[in-house]
Design a protein around this ligand. Structure first.
Ligand code: NAD
Length: 270
């Protein structure tokens, strides 16, 4: 069901890799709610070609950008504002990548070169995106920027490895830039902390199956799906949440504030 919440709004969606991606579902939902879109992903992801299917479904151009390359970002914003014939109203940052997880390095033994790349791609990239938009004055007043995060930023999940540090930094960038962008142009910046979700990035975490079923049992409402995350992002892009900024918002079925559930107690008593 569509509520036309994003009628007339224009947005850039980063990070749709395949149809499991949270960004993919968010693009579909934004389109359903009346938005015009530009899709972006790293050149290496574009070579997979899957994103072209989404582009057709949401009638959006695909503009490649490695999110750690400032020239790529500048080009993306230039081409997007040209395509929209005006400024942008919302941005979804749905990007994560851990080189140490990929290479199977334990947290206590990380390679610091990989670590810098992880932090740059997964966290500082939000600063890079906001900085590019800021320098080009590319976002409309009351615009909204959302980045996706995970509760490992607040609590230890041992196998989440260096991504926990990346997510803490990402949430901090959202707060800090959110302050400045709010003062300058009433642009709001938030992070959404999503339940574990079966996607390419999610499944990269060691022991993901155990992880996701534990979270399911520990959440009074159960794990939030990617489709529901998309719906939540739509509300944050809409004018109904104009005074929400600099927040880390949990979209996790209640997991973050639950000490224990009956389901977990029963499991432990088995
Ligand atoms: N899946 C989960 O369990 C879960 C839970 C909470 C938060 N998140 C977060 O949601 C976001 C989206 O992840 P997802 O689960 O949909 O997985 P995904 O693998 O579908 O998306 C990750 C995206 O990051 C992109 N990316 C990686 N390096 C890039 C670069 N240099 N430049 C531009 N793009 C780059 C990838 O191409 C991919 O599209 C991530 O920030 C992730 O950490 C995921």
């Amino acid at each position: 069901m569509s509520y036309n919440l994003l009628k007339g709004k224009k947005g850039i969606i980063f990070g749709a890799l395949d149809e499991k991606s949270i960004a993919w579902k968010t693009a579909l939902r934004c389109r359903e709610e009346g938005a015009q879109l530009v899709l972006s992903n790293a050149p290496v992801a574009l070579r997979m070609g899957e994103i072209n299917k989404l582009a057709e479904l949401v009638q959006a151009p695909v503009i490649g950008a490695d999110v750690v390359n400032m020239d790529d970002l500048k080009k993306l914003f230039e081409e997007s504002t040209k395509h929209f014939d005006g400024r942008i109203d919302f941005i979804l940052h749905s990007i994560g990548m851990s080189l140490n997880v990929r290479k199977g390095k334990h947290y206590t033994q990380i390679d610091y070169g990989f670590n810098q790349k992880t932090l740059d791609i997964s966290a500082i990239s939000l600063h890079r995106v906001l900085r590019t938009a800021w320098d080009m004055d590319a976002i409309n007043e009351w615009g909204s920027v959302v980045a996706l995060t995970y509760i490992a930023a607040q609590r230890v999940f041992p196998d989440y490895n260096e991504m926990a540090d990346a997510k803490s930094l990402l949430e901090s960038v959202a707060r800090s830039f959110g302050y400045h962008y709010g003062v300058k142009k009433k642009v709001r910046v938030n992070t959404v902390s999503q339940s574990p979700t079966r996607t390419t990035a999610g499944s990269g975490v060691k022991g993901f199956d155990g992880f996701i079923s534990y979270a399911e049992k520990m959440s009074p409402l159960g794990n939030a799906t990617a489709e529901d995350c998309a719906g939540y992002c739509v509300t944050l892009f809409s004018d109904l949440t104009k005074y929400v900024t600099m927040q880390n918002l949990f979209h996790d079925g209640g997991f973050s504030f639950t000490g224990v559930t009956q389901a977990v107690i029963e499991q432990m008593e088995k």
